[in-house]
Write a new protein. Structure first.
Length: 295
């Protein structure tokens, strides 16, 4: 014997309202549907549950036995539903998030601020690294997600992404350099210059290499470092021209250097990446639901 919760709700409504009509109104269904459910229940139990009179409905002895049992069953079912609804809303655990240099210029800090206010029970562990390594760790499931510089080639199959920052590489020259007064520097003018830029482990390095290859210029960095502040210090020492991300704070308000756009524009993107399958962890789904992307 299987009695459905919906049928028990119909029974309790009729018993409490003492009317099929009022029970139907309470349940927002047609009266014949209520009558059908009660007849089916009586047939299944083998006893009449109501005495039906033209103007009233009264419980039989069997109905009086069933009423407290049905009410308790429905209350227990409602508690189960409420408990698991609260579990769905309750997000705890740890979010493992990889980050590259310059992530402070992306939308990530603001996103994490909103995430912390909404889900204070989640511990966020930020793991620093280079783009290539972080992409691999996300692919292998070691990290839930990461903010990386998007590579030229497609991300691994099944990986999803949403752009968090669009930026460009600028040429940083001494403030007294003849190049400082230009509105842009054609990439061809960088040929033969002492270049200061990022190391081979940087996600921007292959992208820069491709830009120089497309222009037919040798991309030979004499000084390679991922520290943008050191880039600027080397330019101040008149060592060469640095190719540095334009949003880096090392460039802000520094009167000793000038940041000049390169032509054609050397734009790049940083993105939040994660695996589409298996299903993201509950903390990551909560983060994604706040705005960067649908989970």
């Amino acid at each position: 014997m299987i009695v459905e919760l919906r049928t028990l709700r119909f029974f309790v409504a009729v018993a409490e309202e003492q009317s099929f009509t009022r029970a139907a109104e309470r349940l927002s269904v047609a009266q014949p549907a209520v009558s059908h459910q009660i007849r089916s229940l009586e047939k299944e139990l083998g006893e009449a549950l109501f005495e039906r009179n033209p103007r009233s409905v009264r419980l039989t002895e069997a109905g009086r036995v069933l009423l407290p049992l049905a009410s308790q069953t429905l209350a227990d079912a409602d508690r189960v539903t409420a408990e698991f609804a609260s579990r769905t809303a309750l997000v705890t655990g740890t979010l493992l998030l990889g980050t590259v240099d310059g992530v402070q210029h992306t939308r990530l800090p603001a996103l994490l601020g909103a995430f912390h206010r909404r889900y204070p029970g989640v511990a966020v562990q930020l793991v620093e690294g280079r783009s290539a390594g972080l992409i691999s760790r996300v692919e292998n499931g070691e990290l839930d997600a990461a903010v990386v510089a998007l590579p030229e080639h497609p991300l691994p199959q099944g990986m999803r992404s949403v752009v968090m920052l669009e930026d460009e590489i600028v040429a940083v020259v001494p403030a007294d350099s003849p190049l400082a007064g230009r509105t842009s520097i054609p990439i061809e003018l960088l040929s033969g210059k002492t270049l200061i830029s990022y190391g081979h482990d940087s996600g921007l390095r292959p992208w820069l290499q491709s830009a120089f290859d497309a222009a037919g210029i040798d991309f030979a960095t004499r000084y390679a470092t991922n520290d943008a502040a050191l880039h600027v210090a080397l330019v101040e020492a008149s060592i060469g021209v640095s190719l540095t991300v334009g949003t880096d704070r090392a460039l802000a308000g520094n009167p000793r250097v000038s940041a000049v756009p390169v032509s054609p524009s050397l734009t790049y993107r940083k993105a939040l990446i994660w695996r589409g399958t298996p299903q993201p962890t509950r903390p990551l789904r909560a983060l994604l639901a706040l705005g960067p992307a649908a989970p």
